[in-house]
Design a binder for this molecule. Structure first.
Ligand code: PLP
Length: 372
């Protein structure tokens, strides 16, 4: 039996009527650009994350770009981040004129290693961009301590981690996106909260950053045809906001379903690979379910066998950014980030979505067992 990586239609019948009504309402009002549905969705989103503000933008990549600009990142600044992420995290750093500086990752969560970050801090360093990879929080205690010590901005890339939480200082559970100066989110269809197209969001508690983002997303204008600066056309669509408002009410339940799938996977795979770690001070959003083998040979065998069986699978990410041609000018070489390089050769992501059935889980785990 074929098993897809994600099944976008599995959850559709349950929300179809409500989504269609919401879309029709927008059509009938024809308020397509920054309509009241956008403001309502932003308000609901901020209320859930617990931040003072949320600002809708065109996609998760623009969310990063605008968050960097609004946080005052300027040409020549250095921004420390992980090489084990999607390139959107770093292309936006370069595109605002700053320089991405890669630090190594932790071997168990695959997220930025605060000790490696500290070694790379220079006089030019202005910000850290942690990515909560696959949905597991980065070490926010360690990274926020560095930010405080060296006066750096922190922009959390929460694209894969909506509904993820972190127990800051062991004292207060916070949603990811409410710890750094900004949180950036993507509503790409395959994320935990997916639009019917593109969409993104920035969360912040900072009045000044929020004001800048609102201007930047709309051609640098707060009042029509008055421009304090140049900006972008990067607004969240009203139709998408209306759809996302409906889906927002279900997203916690979907994460619980993802967590159950993950627990079943891990119970079945425990002996033959390393299942994803969930630290006691963390809630994983399980956008991806990623296992690790003790050798590349085993990982590649699993990939070959599952693909032959019609079971979708993916390697996030096969080549770390510091070794990509796009970053050749940074002069990184193999061996610079040894943990990251070992991880890229041994990780393997399995199908993951809320409605994945016990039968499908068994097919996948049996195949992984057989392959290795
Ligand atoms: C998906 C993703 C993005 C980009 O989001 P888009 O909405 O596709 O622009 C950025 N960072 C990470 C880690 C992602 O997974």
């Amino acid at each position: 039996m074929k098993v897809p990586m994600v099944d976008m239609l599995a959850g559709w019948p349950a929300i179809k009527d409500e989504v269609e009504t919401a879309v029709k309402t927008v059509f009938n009002k024809a308020n397509f650009i920054l309509g009241e549905e956008v403001a309502k969705f932003e308000k609901d989103f901020a209320a859930m994350i617990g931040t003072k503000y949320a600002a809708g933008v065109a996609n998760g990549t623009d969310a990063l770009r605008l968050a960097l600009l609004a946080s005052g990142i300027k040409p020549g600044d250095e921004v420390i981040t992980t090489p084990f992420t999607f390139i959107a995290t770093t292309e936006t750093i370069s595109q605002v004129g700053a320089v991405p500086v890669f630090a190594d990752i932790e071997p168990s969560t695959y997220n930025l290693d605060a000790k490696s970050v500290e070694k790379r801090i220079t006089k030019k360093t202005k910000a850290i961009v942690p990515v909560h990879l696959y949905g597991h929080p980065a070490d926010m205690d360690g990274l926020m301590a560095l930010a405080k010590k060296y006066d750096l901005k922190v922009i959390e890339d929460c694209a894969q981690a909506f509904t993820g939480k972190y127990n800051l200082g062991g004292k207060s559970w916070k949603y990811l996106g409410n710890i750094g100066d900004c949180g950036t989110f993507s509503f790409f269809p395959a994320k935990n909260l997916g639009a019917f197209g593109d969409g993104g969001m920035i969360t912040t508690n900072d009045d000044k950053i929020y004001g800048e983002i609102k201007a930047l997303r709309n051609h640098g204008s707060k009042e029509r045809y008055l421009h304090e600066m140049e900006g972008f056309n990067s607004r969240l669509d009203t139709v998408q906001a209306a759809i996302l408002s409906v889906k927002l009410k279900h997203v916690e339940r979907w994460t619980e379903m993802r967590t159950k799938v993950a627990q079943k996977y891990s119970a079945a795979l425990g002996g033959i690979c390393t299942p994803p770690e969930v630290r006691p001070n963390c809630r994983h959003s399980f956008n991806y379910y990623t296992i690790r083998f003790d050798s590349k040979v085993k990982r590649d065998a699993a990939q070959k066998y599952l693909t032959e069986q019609g079971i979708a699978n993916q390697i996030y990410y096969p080549v770390s950014l510091h070794l990509q041609k796009a970053y050749a000018h940074l002069n990184c070489k193999k061996g610079d980030l040894p943990v990251c390089e070992a991880v890229q050769d041994t990780v393997f992501s399995l199908p993951m979505y809320p409605e994945l059935s016990d039968e499908q889980i068994k097919i996948v785990t049996d195949a992984v067992r057989k392959a290795v």
